[in-house]
Ligand binder design. Structure first.
Ligand code: OSB
Ligand code: MG
Length: 382
């Protein structure tokens, strides 16, 4: 398969709610979309980088420049002449995602930028084979359990109301965002009102070992896990904490590769992993992280980055792999957006999302919405 051209599209979409985490408040998402064109087919990818480097180092701006200046030129640079292309300029032959990964292997870091292109290639490749993406990935189910990630609310009362609403909607796990000063009190109130709900917390790296008393105080609420309590780049301190905590630690920000996953699990830094395709560089690496976790007997679940429809669909496909046994942050599209950029509704019912069917990603762009939210569009050729 030879990629003929790529399109980078910057869109901006207002969220239905302000999403507050320990690192900031998000009211709208600025998202970079990648489309790859080959043989009359289109493959779609969505970059999970945010505008500021508050979650990991990458941003929309760094991803855009690395895609334009480094990644896309490698995939589009004219390859050996191909009789079947009818004279159309096209890049080197890329027969499968492994070849694509190999051609990008020497590019360090920048996994969010890589993932945007890698996932677009999977969509394209799966379409060229006429197979659903989830089947090519090796998925074992067409329906995935979903939970909801609830941002920091203005009050405990508002939190209880929101949890009640999501529980009534059928979400199978509630994750509360926490930060110093907004932790034990809110978790205690939610646990008291909802004794049976599957409950977790996510600190987005807001604590240090000096907060040990607060973190161990969370042990008494029967949480399924505490997500990313300590620094994004610190497996060592997570291992010290995990050794003295009854509740499993789930790592998110800290895991950018299968190698990270191996070190974290072997070193006792966590017992659960949140896999985000966009954070680890794409589907191939996500599957490797999944496989490493399975080898350690550690469950994984599919994380989210407030994605629009393309990213959400990719997340649903990867979540069909066998070891994604915990509910993922793949809530209904309508929870986030008045109008999504794809035509298919990605809606949970009774806490379950069905993976889009048909070849590839199984979704089509809603051109009307897409044009309305587009800030900028650039076509990249070889
Ligand atoms: O830590 O999982 C996180 C959103 C943006 C950045 C980081 C995170 C999140 C979420 C939202 O928790 C999950 C979602 O609903 O998409
Ligand atoms: Mg997280």
């Amino acid at each position: 398969m030879r990629i003929e051209r790529a399109e980078l599209r910057l869109i901006r979409m207002p969220l239905k709610f302000a999403f507050e985490t320990s690192f900031g408040v998000t009211r709208e998402r600025t998202i970079l979309l990648v489309t790859l064109f080959a043989g009359g087919l289109e493959g779609y990818g969505e970059c999970v980088a945010e505008e500021s480097p508050l979650y990991r180092e990458e941003t929309v701006g760094t991803a855009r420049s690395v895609l334009e200046e480094v990644i896309l030129p490698r995939l589009l640079r004219p390859g050996a002449p191909s009789g079947s292309m009818g004279g159309l300029a096209a890049g080197p032959d890329i027969p499968n995602p492994e070849t694509l990964a190999a051609s990008l292997a020497s590019v360090r870091g920048n996994r969010m930028a890589k993932a945007a292109v890698e996932t677009a290639f999977w969509d394209l490749w799966a379409k060229s084979l006429g197979l659903p993406l989830w089947q090519l990935l090796g998925g074992v189910r067409q329906v995935v359990p979903v939970g909801v990630s609830l941002g920091i609310q203005p009050s405990v009362e508002a939190t209880l109301d929101a949890v009640a609403r999501y529980v009534a909607e059928g979400y199978r796990r509630i994750k509360l965002k926490i930060k110093p000063g907004w932790d034990v009190r809110v978790v205690a109130a939610v646990r008291e009102r909802f004794p049976e709900v599957a409950l977790t917390v996510d600190a987005n790296s807001a604590y240090t070992l000096a907060d040990f008393p607060v973190l161990t105080a969370l042990d008494r609420f029967a949480l399924d896990y505490i997500e990313q309590p300590l620094a994004y780049d610190d497996l060592h301190d997570h291992a010290l904490l995990q050794a003295r905590l009854g509740t499993p630690i789930c790592l998110d920000e800290s895991i950018t590769s299968a190698a990270d996953a191996r070190k974290a699990l072997a070193g006792g830094a966590c017992r659960v992993i949140n896999i985000k395709v966009g954070r680890v560089g794409g589907h191939l690496e996500a599957r490797r992280v999944h496989d490493v976790a399975a080898a350690f007997g550690a469950p994984v679940w599919c994380g989210g980055m407030l994605e629009a429809g393309i990213g959400r669909a990719h997340n649903l496909h990867v979540a069909t792999l066998a070891n994604f046994t915990m509910p993922g942050d793949v809530a209904s599209s309508s929870r986030y957006w008045e109008a999504d950029i794809i035509e298919q509704p990605l809606e949970a019912a009774d806490g379950l999302q069905r993976v889009p069917g048909g070849p590839g990603l199984g979704v089509t762009l809603n051109r009307t919405v897409l044009e309305r939210v587009t800030l900028e569009r650039r076509v990249v050729t070889g």
